[in-house]
Design a protein. Structure first.
Length: 545
């Protein structure tokens, strides 16, 4: 449709049978009178900042939550600054109240009517005043009025332009050692800084703080460890030190407040509960990261962790989780509201595999790689015990285990007892893994840990085009699709575990295809840019709602 210059443009989106003279009536259904045919799930056929007013009656509920946000963003894009949008969407609370004794009408209101409009009549989402307020602020609207109108909400919003806010982020992270969670956090900090945000970091781990200082950020060393999910000694110690811990964290949050910290990000179980209580008094919003399932830790120490978590679960503005597996645990075990949970898969930077001249004695062999903390719950024992059977089928097989940890000596003794010293190497901690990935033919993730949160090394391996053989537990099936980018097994079943490795050794084309599939999935879902940008949005939203 041709637009007249300098003439006020008003859009009636999803007009249906409600044609309004003097407006540009937009709909996808050509059965009705319409000026512009457009799929409002896609980019609108209008230029930026050209529209004076938008009317969107009975349309928002026909989008999913995610598509509804995209729709509102498009409305914001085409509206002029100060432009008005009038929205009518159903009020399910009023619908329930009004038609609780008339179930057929109730169902009609809730699920929509497809008789006249086919699939376009389906209802897919509903809003509360709070949830709409949040999404409006995210998009860039300011609510002028929000009123009840029979079974609907009538909302008027105005387009505002806010400069992108740079955040002052406080991160508090106790840590037993530098593992996947710590490496990921350092990567996030680096990305946050590159985007112009300021970071203050508090941690108990000197190694972690040393690495963080290389990013030129302000750091605080926490002189103790709070722990209510370990053994009884940790619980008793935490209780006895509570006065000292309280004084320390009050001073820390006071320092955060004076330095105008906008939001606090935390991941350690005990500290995030304790500090969240204090954050209420300092009026600093908090966001939690929850990596693994909670069912196991909830049972410890007379159920104190479970009781504490459930009492305080309402304080964080959002809880970031890496997988559906963890999300389900928060809902069922912790009774956390779905509205507080956001799934943000971790991401990494893609690093090119570097060629090198090490492991020359293994040149030409089929190298099985595994990267993890050396602890029995990580399952290396099952991998080592499978090697005699694998070697019978694939004599050229060699096992490269990278990492350090409390059970390193135990694994070295196991290797010696099996007579496999020349067939298996344990490197210890390695900072630059790219050269090691370049020598691997297949990557194995044998974890049996019931608290496994994600497994950052899985996506590292995928980024290097390696097929992955992994234990079929926890969040692993969300990352590794059996037969697509790897093979899922029960690592405690030695025969099946070994056969999966042998299969890839004897089927190089299949191995290559799985590696390529894994790489494509990594590029699509697990980049650091995507992960850090999403988390920054979550942190920003915590400051405005």
């Amino acid at each position: 449709m041709r637009m007249v210059k300098n003439k006020s443009i008003k859009l009636n989106l999803g007009s249906g049978t409600d044609y309004i003279d003097g407006w540009v009536n937009v709909d996808i259904d050509t059965k009705n009178k319409v000026d512009v045919i457009a799929d409002l799930n896609k980019k609108f056929p209008f230029k930026d900042n050209t529209v004076d007013e938008i009317k969107a009656s009975d349309i928002l509920e026909h989008f999913t939550k995610e598509d509804g946000e995209k729709f509102l963003k498009e409305c914001h894009r085409v509206l002029k600054r100060g432009g008005i949008m009038i929205i009518r969407t159903h009020n399910i609370f009023q619908v329930f109240s009004q038609f609780k004794n008339d179930p057929l009408v109730l169902i009609h209101f809730l699920y929509g009517d497809t008789k006249q409009t086919d699939i376009f009549g389906t209802h897919k989402y509903a809003y509360t005043k709070d949830s709409f307020n949040l999404i409006s602020k995210k998009v860039g609207f300011e609510i002028i009025s929000f009123e009840d109108e029979e079974t609907n909400f009538k909302i008027i919003v105005e387009k505002i332009i806010k400069p992108e806010k740079k955040l002052n982020i406080g991160i508090i992270m106790q840590s037993p050692d530098i593992g996947g969670a710590e490496i990921y956090m350092l990567s996030l900090i680096d990305e946050f800084i590159k985007k112009g945000n300021k970071i203050l970091l508090a941690s108990n781990k000197e190694k972690f703080l040393i690495e963080a200082k290389k990013l030129n950020i302000k750091t605080y060393e926490i002189p103790f460890v709070m722990d209510i999910i370990g053994n009884y000694r940790g619980l008793i110690k935490t209780i006895l030190l509570l006065p000292f811990e309280t004084v320390y964290y009050v001073n820390l949050l006071y320092s955060f407040k004076t330095k105008k910290i906008d939001v606090i990000l935390m991941s350690n179980f005990t500290e995030k509960l304790f500090i969240s209580i204090l954050s209420v008094f300092f009026r600093i919003p908090v966001v939690w990261i929850e990596y693994g399932r909670l069912s196991t830790v909830f049972k410890r120490n007379f159920y104190i962790p479970k009781i504490s978590y459930r009492l305080l679960r309402g304080i964080p503005k959002q809880i970031i989780v890496p997988s559906k597996n963890t999300s389900l645990s928060l809902i069922t075990d912790a009774r956390v509201s779905l509205s507080k949970i956001i799934i943000v898969p971790p991401g990494i930077k893609e690093e090119k595999s570097s060629k090198n001249e090490f492991l020359n004695e293994w040149s030409g062999n089929f190298i099985i790689g595994s990267v993890s903390r050396l602890a029995r719950e990580k399952g290396q024992e099952y991998l080592i015990n499978s090697m005699p059977y694998i070697l019978k089928k694939v004599p050229s097989a060699r096992l490269l285990i990278i990492g350090d940890g409390p059970d390193k000596i135990y694994f070295e003794k196991l290797i010696t007892s099996l007579g496999l010293v020349k067939k298996i190497k344990i490197t210890g901690f390695v900072k630059d893994l790219s050269k090691y990935y370049s020598r691997m033919d297949v990557f194995v993730f044998p974890t049996v840990w019931d608290l496994e949160g994600f497994g950052l090394v899985l996506i590292e391996a995928m980024s290097h085009k390696l097929p992955v053989i992994a234990n079929n537990i926890g969040p692993v099936p969300e990352i590794i699709q059996d037969g697509k980018n790897g093979i899922l097994v029960d690592v405690k079943n030695k025969r099946d575990f070994s056969d999966a490795i042998v299969f890839l050794a004897k089927n190089p084309k299949k191995k290559q295809k799985m590696g390529e599939n894994g790489y494509n999935k990594f590029k699509d879902r697990y980049t650091l840019e995507k992960s850090s940008s999403t988390i920054l949005k979550v942190l920003y939203e915590a400051t405005i709602y």
